[in-house]
Design a protein around this ligand. Sequence first.
Ligand SMILES: Nc1ncnc2c1ncn2[C@@H]1O[C@H](COP(=O)(O)OP(=O)(O)OP(=O)(O)O)[C@@H](O)[C@H]1O
Ligand SMILES: [Mg+2]
Length: 254
Amino acid sequence: MPDLISTSKLSKSFGGLVAVNRVDFQVPEGQVAGVIGPNGSGKTTLFNLLSGYFRPTAGSVRFLGKEVTDQPPYARVGMGMARTFQLVSVFNSLSVWENLVLSSFHRRQQGSRLGSFFFKPAREASTLADCRQALETVRLQDKAGVFTSELSYGDKRMLEIAIALSLQPKLLLLDEPLAGLSDHEIGEVLQLLHEVKDNFTLVIIEHKISKITDLVQRLSVMNEGSLICEGEPGAVLCDPNVRECYWGRETDAC
Ligand SMILES: Nc1ncnc2c1ncn2[C@@H]1O[C@H](COP(=O)(O)OP(=O)(O)OP(=O)(O)O)[C@@H](O)[C@H]1O
Ligand SMILES: [Mg+2]
């Protein structure tokens, strides 16, 4: 499969700190890829560079065969890229359905080159249909009228994922979707991801490595801004450098 997204010598510095350092990262179309690494190793910064929230200090990003390094986030959404954030970011003063529909319309409108999205009834109908479908997929349809402030953190996370799914993405970037969730909620999100993963290319940042080894086909490990190891999850987790950076010393578990 050709790469859906790839980077070449991608770098981002904040003053003297090199948060992402000459990273060459590729995800073939259809793959489920995991990105792991200690706190502050550059994972979220990499996502911000992939999705256009940060301009790189150096290097480039290609998506769907096109150079997108200088493209803003909304243009990448318009091309089929969706993401969620490490901290849940939904509007507490709106209902679940309002949140979903407003976010979906807003992101699509920004990504639409025509700029007159609201005046296209056919597109409006298809957006609403995509929102309904996404709500059912994350099993929040019975809570459509509930204020988001009343949702559990796990349901808020599901709502964020539903907003991303409603955009019918070709590439979905999830930044620590299991963070802050109970074991039960983690099980529900993982089950959802197993159900939908064949519909798009998925890149997932996660700290709970053991939770995603069944889900991902490939793991990339970041440490101090650099990619230090990539490959099949079992092999990566047995890599001495990876074990050193996670557990501080080699163990004989592999
Ligand atoms: N906007 C910013 N301004 C300045 N420094 C930043 C900014 N964003 C990230 N950094 C720094 O860049 C480094 C990498 O941060 P990043 O958030 O990418 O790490 P991470 O691997 O996602 O960590 P975590 O696992 O804790 O989420 C850190 O030292 C962080 O403090
Ligand atoms: Mg992060």
